[in-house]
Write a protein that binds this ligand. Sequence first.
Ligand SMILES: NC(=O)C1=CN([C@@H]2O[C@H](COP(=O)(O)OP(=O)(O)OC[C@H]3O[C@@H](n4cnc5c(N)ncnc54)[C@H](OP(=O)(O)O)[C@@H]3O)[C@@H](O)[C@H]2O)C=CC1
Ligand SMILES: O=CC(=O)O
Length: 328
Amino acid sequence: MRKFSVVVTEKMLPSISDKLQERCHVREWDRTDPIPRELLLKWLADAEGLFCSGDVQVDDELLSCAPKLRVIVKSAVGYDNIDIEACTRRGIPVGYTPGVLVEATADLTFGLLLTVARRLHEGWDRVRAGKWENNTEIPFGIDLYGKKLGIVGMGQIGAAVAKRAQASGMIVLYTNRRRRRDEEKIQATYVKLDKLLEESDFVVVLTPLTKETRGMFGAEQFSKMKRTAYFINAAPGAIVDTDSLVQALKDGQIAYAALDVTDPEPLPPDHPLLTLPNVFITPHMGSATIETRNRMALLAVDNLLAGLEGKRLPTCVNESVNYSSETD
Ligand SMILES: NC(=O)C1=CN([C@@H]2O[C@H](COP(=O)(O)OP(=O)(O)OC[C@H]3O[C@@H](n4cnc5c(N)ncnc54)[C@H](OP(=O)(O)O)[C@@H]3O)[C@@H](O)[C@H]2O)C=CC1
Ligand SMILES: O=CC(=O)O
């Protein structure tokens, strides 16, 4: 059987490496820094498949350097680094990995909320510094029970976060572009963004990064939030205007922020966010569990092999070009 030629721009997990190598000649960028653009374009000259990471901009220029490309996949649910219209114009299906990362990302997102609400990280800092002899000095957090959680972007992960919050006795508000039909199931109340900002004790962002959501959280939005509010972001960093967030945290416009994503990413060591006492940051690890990352990688490979074999991708962003050469 002929082997396909593919480019992988991130270090492959052992769980997919053998499966891919069995069917493909793989050119793998296995370093932690992003693949240099020039090298990637060179590698793509004869590539039939691309397994790309979030740091690769898939645009017209890249596609025009890859005349044999038949499928692009990403092991993630967000695909804002890929120009989907340009791929669709060329008939290239783009595979992604929705669903399989929902519970892990919801755990991390709710974990961020719980960490800052109860100031777990500050407690750990004190323990490490040997400062736990005086019980009145420990950082007091706030109760979750009875508090309002506003979810901006009530999709699959949003709904899974809502469930966790409700188990802790929180009241859940949400906003989307469209009101969900299954509100009874998710037990959450739809409100407009402004009302959500004004009423919520915790605001969690879980929208995709689109033209509409880029910079959606700026000075105006933070000024509408309660001064006691906690802001939690697990969605792409560029949804938040970072300078405005820094200012809001400095001015006490909001109480605290917990972020799994930032703009830029990674944050340079001298970034102002890292100097603030009321912020807690994790390095984009929402889906980073052993089981979930393996499921994502395997689904990405299934998408890749399906595209290379001229079959329908199991999970495709641009369905209009997702067809099987055998039956469609
Ligand atoms: N931190 C991490 O490691 C991870 C982060 N994520 C991020 O989580 C996010 C959500 O993923 P997932 O739940 O699977 O995606 P879904 O597509 O299921 O949910 C996204 C939700 O956002 C809503 N939405 C879209 N545009 C807007 C808008 N302009 N205003 C308000 N709501 C909007 C959608 O509803 P409607 O269309 O009705 O507006 C939808 O309900 C993604 O951005 C993804 O990148 C995912 C995995 C890991
Ligand atoms: O940010 C992660 C993703 O899957 O999207």
